[in-house]
Design a protein around this ligand. Structure first.
Ligand code: HEM
Length: 282
């Protein structure tokens, strides 16, 4: 194994095939929801009119919005089902799943890493020994749960108003529209600036980190990026089990094209929002 490793330069597999697929669908549906939703929200701008033509009119933009919402909710449900599957397979308790060492929720080490990262940014300390999930990755993950609760639930009340007003007052739909719309703006603003910067645009990864699509990361990069996890893997003898061959260059090139289109779409949306807010806000 080690001989082969030296010849082909094996890579560390960080994401399963399912998680990579789910992330690709999250990107596709989120960009579709943002484009179609913002076309409705900023319908008085010139760019919204152009986009609405591309979607076949404002009404059909609403149809695409609902279709993408359905897929996004399905992606969320599949992820939850996968978490339950992992729990059953590993026989872990829920407490350990949520608060244990491999969990996506914050723990004491995240606070220490945040403090040490700030010191490092100011040149007053070493780069922290990041583990499987950094505190900013956990924040992004939890934000998706929050977004699904707030944007998803209000979106459903707007989608099925007759059903929801059977037990909710009519004025709730007006409130739901404001919450949905403003929370969506916040989510779009956050993902296409902070998430993009932290994941792709920071100097270590610029212009993009392809690991979420390929699932693989060169061993040297893994060692440098997540020294704590690398150390744990070596000590437990698990590292070898996670080593895989890299993808063919054609696959990596396709991934880069997809990533570039996604990044440019997100950044364009941010520019359109800023333009609408500053120059033509109603
Ligand atoms: C995932 C579940 C979601 C559902 C079920 C949903 C559903 C809806 C519905 C039914 C409308 C009204 C559309 C119309 O009037 O034709 C709407 C509007 C809108 N949605 Fe969503 N949506 C979801 C997610 C999102 C996301 C993720 C974003 C942004 C990234 C978003 C942004 C918007 C915006 C900006 C509007 C326009 C609100 C306004 O008129 O000010 N939605 N949504």
């Amino acid at each position: 194994m080690l001989k082969r490793h030296r010849r082909i330069k094996l890579e560390y597999e960080r994401f399963s095939r399912l998680n990579r697929g789910l992330h690709i669908f999250t990107i596709l549906t989120f960009i579709t929801l943002a484009m179609t939703g913002l076309t409705l929200k900023f319908s008085y701008t010139s760019w919204a009119v152009i986009l609405s033509h591309l979607f076949g009119g404002f009404e059909s933009a609403g149809f695409f919005h609902r279709f993408a919402a359905f897929i996004m909710i399905a992606v969320f449900v599949i992820h939850l089902a996968d978490v339950v599957r992992i729990k059953i397979k590993t026989k872990e308790s829920w407490k350990n799943m949520v608060f244990g060492p491999g969990s996506m929720f914050f723990n004491k080490k995240d606070l220490q890493d945040l403090r040490d990262s700030l010191k490092w940014f100011l040149g007053r300390g070493e780069r922290p020994q990041y583990g499987r999930w950094t505190y900013w990755e956990k924040f992004d993950y939890i934000a998706v749960f929050w977004g699904m609760m707030v944007i998803g639930s209000t979106g459903l009340t707007l989608w099925f108003p007759e059903f929801f007003t059977k037990f909710l007052p009519g004025w709730f739909l007006n409130v739901a529209t404001i919450i949905h719309s403003d929370e969506a703006l916040l989510a779009v603003g956050f993902i296409f600036t902070v998430h993009f910067f932290n994941t792709h645009l920071r100097p270590e990864k610029f212009p993009m980190d392809t690991v979420i699509f390929s699932g693989r990361i060169p061993l040297e990069e893994f060692k440098l990026d997540r020294p704590e996890e690398y150390q744990k893997m070596v000590e437990s003898g698990e590292l070898e089990k996670h080593l895989v061959e890299p993808y063919q260059p054609i696959v990596i090139r396709s991934i880069r094209i997809f990533g570039t289109v996604a990044l440019l779409s997100g950044l364009s949306i941010v520019i359109w929002i800023i333009y609408a807010m500053i120059f033509v806000y109603h």
